[in-house]
Structure formats: C-alpha cells, structure tokens
Design a protein. Sequence first.
Length: 192
Amino acid sequence: MKYTLPQLPFAYNALEPFIDARTMEIHYTKHHQAYINNLNALLEKYSKLADRKLEEIMSSLDSLGLAEKDKNVLRNHGGGHLNHSFFWTIMSPKKHTDERLVSEIKKEFSSIDEFKALFKQTAITRFGSGWVWLVRAKNKLQVYSTPNQDSPLLQGHHPIIGLDVWEHAYYLKYQNKRDEYIDNWWNVLKFF
Ligand code: MN
C-alpha cells in the first residue's frame, strides 16, 4: 500500500497569525511528503507488511523481525507520517470544544492552565527535535515528550494532543523562540 498525503483540513493560511502560511505549506508539502516517500520506499522491501495498518506496525515494531536499519526507518518515517497526519487533524481556525476532554484534563491536572503549564514545560525541555504529547495510557492521561518522530504508539499509548517542536514547525516565524510558538499554538488547538 502506497501512502499519500492526507487532505489538509484547512488552507495554508487558515492558522495565521499563529502559524504562518509559508511554514504550513513547507511543513505539509515538503516535510510530511518526505516521511511518506521514505516510508513507501521501505514498505516496498517488505511485502509481508503491505496489508497491516501502520498503527499496528508501530505498536509491534520490535516483534516484526526487521533488520535494525529498516526498523529505524519505520520508526522515523512511519512515525513521521502518523504524527503529522494526526497533527493536522487537531488544529483548526475555529474551536470545536470537547467538553469531555476538558473535564478529563481538569480531573487529572487540576485545571486547564496547570495542564498547559506542564505541557509547555515538557515541550521547552525536549532537547533538540521531537514532540510533546497528551496521551491515554491504560485509561490514565499522561504528558510526556518523545525524541525525533517517535510515536506514543510505540509504547501502546493513544495520542490525544501532540505538538511538533521540531524547528521546521516554527522557525520561519518564531526563530529560536519555541516558548512563543507554544503559547500561540493553543489558539489553533481545536479542543479548547
Ligand atoms: Mn514536523
């Protein structure tokens, strides 16, 4: 199965001024596309994986008997494809408030503000490239970051919110100011 770019649910400029159109276009058409190209190239070598869902592949990566080098390609580029596909769906120029999620977050982290502070701190302290996540892990909400394109699915966790903190996600507009990017990003997260 050949993966292709999923439809972007908004225009490149829809998240302005918080995420600029140029960053959005390059992120989607160049970075995301590159993960897909590398993923497709790898899958051509493994016909046994052709019919398996990518989510399933990621959560059982160690048991597939792949060469270490190929496992890393899947981890990085399969993860890259899944993470970005997910990322586009949780952002919107309009809020679609998820009351159930809001009350779950309040229950786990006391308040939305405390959750945001923890999420931001986790994002700022991720050294180098990676993602910060709110995941469901055994029915409990957890915040943590992952390096590179590592997906929470590698640990069997279900992502609920994910923020790309690779420089390619924000550098054109924010340069080195990752903290400003994070503060502004809440405006385009659709859930609250
Ligand atoms: Mn990215």
